[in-house]
Design a protein around this ligand. Structure first.
Ligand code: MEV
Length: 347
């Protein structure tokens, strides 16, 4: 059995705009998805998934991706979770040239599903790493990022950028602009996350922004302006010392850019009442800045505050279900344990 894990992420800047070739800066955070994979001696795939905000479910289905399990949880969530796992299995089989490989897979995650923290990317990244290692193939984090992107791209019907998957595979802060993906240096930023208990439909939200952008030049300008904020933000990060605590001046300016970024996302219609309430609660508690993170529609906000004030304020904010501090995850995908079976590597 091989066990791999990969982190979730927050967007410091640039979600949605990154889909149209603007840059984005996501940062990996210490909330991880862990995927355990054992090779089977038939071509079936058995998936056990817990802690995915799905109340846990266990399913067994044939290796063909057309078959859907019969379980008593909301179909769209199961379909989404299973779709990502299917796509990860397909990528692992392709990478190892083992089209008939079957797997027992267990997914555990402390990243809420569909809430803007990159849960699906983390599951796909960790899944590809564990499944390929089970098949005796060791991919680099960049190769895993690329395959995970292909998987997400397929599930999200062509509407995914490389940002979530690259960030989860590489860890730390990254910069993504189209196919140009790099890791960047950043000081440990004091992230505080608020979670409204809900989830947004990434595909529908991306389509909504695409529609607005096609229809109105001012919406296209809004997307471009988000790109300009990202460029200014990454310049600030590049001038900071990654090994020291961020200066107050840096936090103030980054915070201001985050507030701007949130306002533009709100204008594009991807915020929600609960996300806005959490953003305002954070600002009123003294956070340097706050914004939604990820696709929006519901899910999470991210604020910058080194003090406990934002965390406390969020806990008392109607609509906020959970609030927590998140450390930058400097490590991306990693193998947690490997019990080698009769794979090629051992012979
Ligand atoms: C979703 O986490 C982020 C979006 O920008 C979509 C993507 O980049 O694939 C909304």
């Amino acid at each position: 059995m091989t066990v791999s894990s990969a982190p979730g992420k927050v967007y410091l800047f640039g979600e949605h705009a990154v889909v149209y070739g603007e840059p984005a800066v996501p940062c990996a955070v210490e909330r991880r998805a862990t995927v355990s994979v054992s090779l089977r001696d038939d071509d079936h795939v058995r998936v056990r998934a817990e802690d995915l905000s799905l109340n846990g479910f266990t399913v067994e289905y044939s290796g063909s991706t057309g078959t859907r399990p019969d379980v008593d949880v909301p179909t769209p969530l199961v379909e989404a979770a299973m779709g990502y796992i299917d796509a990860a299995v397909e990528q692992a089989r392709d990478a190892a040239d083992a089209p008939d490989a079957g797997f027992d897979i267990t997914v555990e995650s402390d990243i809420p599903l569909g809430a803007g923290l990159g849960s699906s990317a983390a599951v796909v990244v960790a899944g590809i790493d564990a499944a390929t290692r089970e098949l005796g193939v060791e991919l680099t984090p960049r190769e895993i990022a690329d395959r995970a992107y292909q998987a997400e791209h397929k599930v999200q019907e062509g509407q995914a950028s490389r940002a979530d998957t690259f960030c989860s595979a590489m860890g730390g802060a990254v910069r993504v602009e189209g196919d140009d993906c790099r890791t960047i240096d950043a000081p440990a930023l004091p992230f505080v996350i608020g979670f409204d208990g809900g989830a947004g439909d990434t595909g529908a939200l991306v389509s909504h922004v695409r529609g607005l952008r096609d229809q109105y030049d001012f919406a296209a300008d809004t997307v471009e302006t988000i790109g300009n904020i990202v460029r200014r933000g990454e310049k600030l990060l590049s001038e900071a010392d990654p090994d020291s605590d961020p200066s107050e001046e840096l936090l103030e300016e980054l915070g201001e850019f985050m507030n701007f970024n949130h306002g533009l996302l709100e204008a594009l219609g991807v915020s929600s009442r609960s996300l806005d309430s959490m953003v305002w609660a954070a600002r009123e508690a003294g956070a340097y800045g706050a914004k939604l993170t990820g696709a929006g529609g519901g899910g999470c906000t991210v604020a910058l505050d080194p003090t406990p004030e934002t965390n406390t304020a969020l806990r008392f904010t109607p609509g906020c279900e959970d609030a927590f501090r998140a450390e930058l995850a400097t490590e991306g995908v990693r193998v947690e344990s490997e019990e080698t079976g009769a794979t090629e590597r051992d012979q």
